[in-house]
Design a binder for this molecule. Structure first.
Ligand code: FAD
Length: 445
């Protein structure tokens, strides 16, 4: 599998992975094919995931700027077409308590508002006619140990106080009798505004809106080299090139090795793995008391997440391999299945039908960064740390504002560059170390 720390391009026109989403979503909508000429434009966007497409749409719709989007493979071939489809009011990994302690309450609230705006932006775009199999709202954060419920309750109190965010507290009995009989659930908090959807259909919907507004989307067109010529940025693909005044980098965790000095060594691509099971029978659903389609995540340092899909399969996810080379090893999917069965022992004969992985993008300081380098007119949005479905819509919108020379709010997610990883070539050793720490923490604390 493509590995951003080893490979120079993600592929050329590669097909979608063998994911549930690619299987059930039908025909991809029309695009502009492969780039096979030289084009001049104001703005070129590299990467056709949620970020690139949201940026293209907002540039065209809000500012009349008709950008060209270049995608190496297929629309949403990266994370955007492979994720779990959880729409949540969050991004990054830094807690709001930590933000308040580092930067003060005003900044923390400003960041919360941007994350909340992400969900609003997704809802607004869906409202323009995107059919993406939205499920009923509800996000359950499950305590995987009894002592974790206290932490969740404290969190819910802070959120209620700081953001007037209504959070329901559920004891173990309520979770198991009213939502699902998860044997690893020791209580939970429940938000009423998260929900599940089909992420590939969502991205295809973004593309349709962007093209209708005037953007062009070329697939099968990886940017393989990049130079400056008479004040213009020239990005080259195998069969054509684009000369642009401004370049938006929307490649996130799929950014290839050595792609651009502005982002090299400033992110860590980490594999997240998903399985989707066979169809559950009515009897299996009854035995698990599975009454909800809410999206569920636990409190582990190495989190597991799951949801019941509209056709009564279970999507279950967690961490994957460390390298692209090991990504297809069935060990990782089998491990997820065995954790699923620990939670729901009555599913002991269930198997998975789909398994795939994707590269999420970690930043050193655990927050996303939307950045503009004025000397080169390059913009990027990266580092959502595995929580970018809704935030990418907002990041794309903010990128568009920045390209159109609008001032962004004075927040660390906008006014700071991605930090360089110390000892960057050893990033994966650090990741391995974190996984060992996480295993111990999740088991004993
Ligand atoms: C398994 C998994 C589950 C997840 N679940 C959730 C979830 O439930 N909720 C949530 O909020 N987040 C989730 N995420 C994270 C979320 O999917 C991402 O944050 C989000 O999709 C990032 O979108 P993006 O457009 O920035 O990047 P991507 O969707 O990764 O798009 C980047 C694109 O750039 C292209 N590209 C790279 N290099 C080049 C080049 N040289 N030339 C041209 N194109 C190039 C790639 O092919 C790719 O299509 C999950 C991620 C994974 C992997």
């Amino acid at each position: 599998m493509y590995d951003p720390l080893h490979d120079k391009i993600p592929g050329v026109n590669d097909s979608y992975p063998n994911s549930y989403w690619a299987d059930i979503s039908g025909e991809a909508p029309e695009n502009d094919g492969q780039l096979n000429q030289t084009l001049e434009t104001d703005v070129v966007i590299i990467g056709a995931g949620f970020t690139g497409l949201s940026c293209a749409y907002h540039l065209a719709n809000n500012y009349g700027i008709k950008a060209i989007v270049l995608e190496a493979n297929q629309t949403a071939w990266g994370c955007s077409g492979r994720n779990a489809g959880f729409v949540l009011k969050s991004s990054g990994r830094k807690s709001f308590t930590q933000m308040a302690s580092d930067w003060g309450e005003e900044v923390m609230r400003g960041i919360y508002d941007e994350m909340a705006a992400g969900v609003d932006t997704v809802n607004e775009l869906i409202g323009k006619g995107i059919d993406c199999d939205q499920q009923a709202p509800g996000y359950i954060k499950v305590a995987h140990k009894p002592n974790k419920l206290k932490e969740l309750i404290n969190l819910s109190e802070i959120q209620r106080k700081q953001f007037n965010y209504q959070v329901e507290i559920l004891d173990q009995q309520q979770v198991r009798s009213q939502y699902m009989d998860d044997q690893n659930a020791f209580g939970a908090i429940r938000y009423t505004d998260g929900f599940g959807l089909n992420p590939l259909k969502l991205a295809w919907g973004y593309q349709k809106l962007a093209r209708e507004a005037g953007a062009t989307v070329y697939i099968g067109s990886p940017v393989t080299s990049w130079r400056e010529d008479k004040g213009r940025q020239v990005v080259c693909t195998p069969k054509g090139e684009v000369r642009a005044q401004k370049v938006v980098l929307a490649t996130n965790g799929y950014t290839p090795k050595g792609f651009h000095p502005l982002v090299n060594n400033r992110f860590l691509p980490v594999l997240s793995q998903i399985i989707v099971t066979e169809l559950l029978t009515d009897e299996q659903i009854r035995q698990c008391n599975w009454q909800t389609n809410n999206v569920v995540m636990d409190t582990r340092a190495l989190k597991y997440y799951y949801r019941k899909l509209p056709d009564n399969r279970i999507l279950f996810g967690g961490r994957g391999a460390i390298t692209g080379k090991a990504a297809q090893d069935p060990y990782y999917a089998d491990r997820l299945l065995s954790v699923l069965k620990q939670s729901f022992p009555s599913l002991k004969t269930l198997n998975y039908q789909y398994a795939w992985a994707g590269w999420i993008c970690m930043s050193l300081d655990d927050i996303p960064h939307i950045h503009h380098n004025p000397s080169q007119n390059i913009f990027y949005a990266m580092g959502y740390c595995g929580a970018g479905l809704s935030f990418s819509a907002q990041a794309g919108k903010r990128l568009a504002d920045s390209v159109a020379e609008q001032k962004l709010p004075d927040l660390p997610i906008f006014n700071r560059h991605l930090a360089k990883f110390p000892l960057a070539p050893l990033r994966r050793v650090g990741q391995w170390g974190y996984f060992q720490y996480g295993k111990v923490k999740d088991r004993y604390f």
